[in-house]
Each structure stands twice: as C-alpha cells, then as structure tokens.
Design a protein around this ligand. Sequence first.
Ligand code: PLP
Length: 405
Amino acid sequence: MRLIQKSNKLADVCYDIRGPVLEKSRQMEDEGHKIIKLNIGNLAVFGFDPPDEIVHDMIVNLHNAAGYTDSKGLFAPRKAVMHYTQSKNIAGVTIDDIYLGNGASELIVMAMNALLNNGDEVLVPAPDYPLWTAAVSLSGGHPVHYVCDEQAEWYPDIEDMRRKITSNTRAIVVINPNNPTGALYPVEVLRDIIELARQHQLIIFADEIYDKTLYDMAEHVSMASLADDVLFITMNGLSKNYRSCGYRAGWMVVSGEKRHARDYIEGLNMLASMRLCANVPGQFAIQTALGGHQSIQELVGPGGRLLKQRDLAHQLLTEIPGVTCVKPKAALYMFPRLDPVMYPIADDQQFAYELLAEEKVLIVQGTGFNWIAPDHFRVVFLPNSDDLSDAFGRIARFLDGYRRR
Ligand code: PLP
C-alpha cells in the first residue's frame, strides 16, 4: 500500500502547545491520573465564566443564527468593533475594514496566506505565540525571530529587529500584551517599531487579544492609533478578555495606509469568502460583549481573582532556587527562567515530559514558543490558589531532585 503522508507544506510547521507532552497527559488522564494543567490559557475550564449577558444573548439569537452571513460578518457586531476601534483612537476604520473570524486564529492564518509568497520573510517575536510562526511557515513564508529582552522587561530588542530586516521582509508581528511573557510595551517601544516599519515599508500585524487583561492599573495603547502612514492589521477577539475561547469569536481590523494595499485586501476578501463566514452565534456574542458590562475589570482590578493568582504564582515560582521571572503586567502567563548552571537542561520537551510523569503537572517548554534556549517554560496562573500552591510545590520538588541528579 502506498503511504499516505502529510504535505510538504507542513515540514516547518510546529505548534507545541498542543504537542506530544499534551498527548502524554491525555494518556495519563485516561489511566486515571489527575493532572494539574498549567499549559493552556483556557479560562472557562477554570471557573472563569463568560459574562452572563453574552451567553443569554447567544441563546436568544440562536434562532437567527442558522444561516450564512456576509463573509466579513454581520453588520451589528462589525459596527460594535468599529466603535471599539474608535474608543482605542484608531483612525479611519470603516465597516469594510473589519473581518469577523472563528477566533483570531483563523484570521491570523488567513492574513498570512493572503500576503506571503515563497521565501517572503516576516519578523516574529521570540518568544512568540507559536501560531504566528506556524502560520508564516504554512503560507510559504520564512519566520525570522527578533529577540525580546528579558533584562528589559521582555520588550522587543529594536536593534535586533533592525538587523534582521532584509529586502525580503514584508511584515513585523507585535504581540502586545504578550503571550507568553505577560509584557506590556510602552508607547516609546511601539513608536520605534512603527518607525522601522515606516522606513522599510513593512506591514504591522498587531495581536492585541489581551488588551483588557491588564494588572496594576496599566493601560494599553493600540499600535494602530499611533500612525496612519503604515498599514496595520490588528487582531483581537472574545477568547481572553471575555473568557469565551470556545465561542470562537475574533476580529481583524485593517487600518492606516490602506491605499497601497488594495491588492492584498482583495486577497483577504477572497479568503474570507472561501470560508463563507465565521460561526454566527459567535458573531452575535461580539456585539453583546463589546457593548456590555466589562466584567474583566473585576478579575484584574484590586482584590480580583486573576490579580491575586498572578501575585501568588509569581511569589511561589520565584521562591524556588534558581528560578527567576519577570512579573507579568498583562495576560494570563508567566515565562520563568531556570538557571542553566543549576538546571543543565539539554532538551526542554523532555524536561516537561519528566515533570509531567513524576509530578503530574503539565507545563509547556519554552522552545515551544520559539525561544532560543532550553531554559524557560510557560505556565498559566488560572487554577485556583489551592491548586496553584499544590502545582508550584510539585514543581519545586521536581527541580530540587533535578539539581541533585
Ligand atoms: N493570539 C494570541 C497572542 C493568543 O494567545 C491566542 C490564544 O491563546 C490567540 C491569538 C488565538 O485566539 P483565538 O481563541 O481568538 O483564536
């Protein structure tokens, strides 16, 4: 029999958040083990419920949600996104510039597929949310990683970015607030990146899906609000800020220097048409969420559950010898560093695998986020405080044993 093989297009595509370690964890669960999951930013499964009004309106609207919609989405939720962009000071966005998708994920893949020819380069952060690297590769492009500097609050290293721009570079991806580091970039850093894009005529893809998940009274500035002479594609959605990962509701906004991008926009429109439309109940949810009570504030503000868990997780992690971690200012994650002398890890996937097997705690290895060395890992701080204490106790015990090997 002829072997059925995956396409060559997948040769460089990697998405380790749902990779072999998760597979092992599933297997262990099937065998009856209880695993503490610090691996995925899936809020609802940790008791962070979506706002009631979203659920209610989706149920009420289900009867109206059985048909296809316009490929870009229903008018009312797109109008709600348009108002949202206005509230974030993004100028000149019309309803035509807004695309609704099955989560931001679908739109990220679509945006790359519409843009890239074989060999085109896209600057992607290291560490990154790995869908970006994977989407560039799948589209025939070549992801080039610029370093985010742990010594500088994980801000992008602008000089590294500058050095890596070539005549093949088409775009820069900026994930702000950042997954996996929890960094929130100051306006000066955003302006420096925009200046590079301006000089080299690059598109900026701004992934701002955590723009309301902010701690310590921090404020988020949308990159697209800072210039109108660069093309911005801004990604956002309900998954995180509205605890609705499962509703698969996201959006993409084209803004800034659109005049020279007519052909690209035609490509986006074609790909949006080919998948007909985003799931319609999710589209209804967008309208209610953006117009409704912004209950995320109660989770991230003083006394909020997410804030308390961030503080607890950071304290427990950094009490472990040889573990350091920049405290996240936003999002749901921490990306701690393991001192390579104390913990000489050669293969961090194997490290995650052993932690799982020995202590039943599931993390994601740093190289899964295209980090350059096997000396980091990512955790979420979503389990309740008791589970977090339990999990970090186990990680501490495992690391103690690792040091003594
Ligand atoms: N962008 C970032 C930075 C993310 O962390 C995620 C999900 O974790 C996504 C995009 C995808 O979100 P969605 O659920 O809207 O597809």
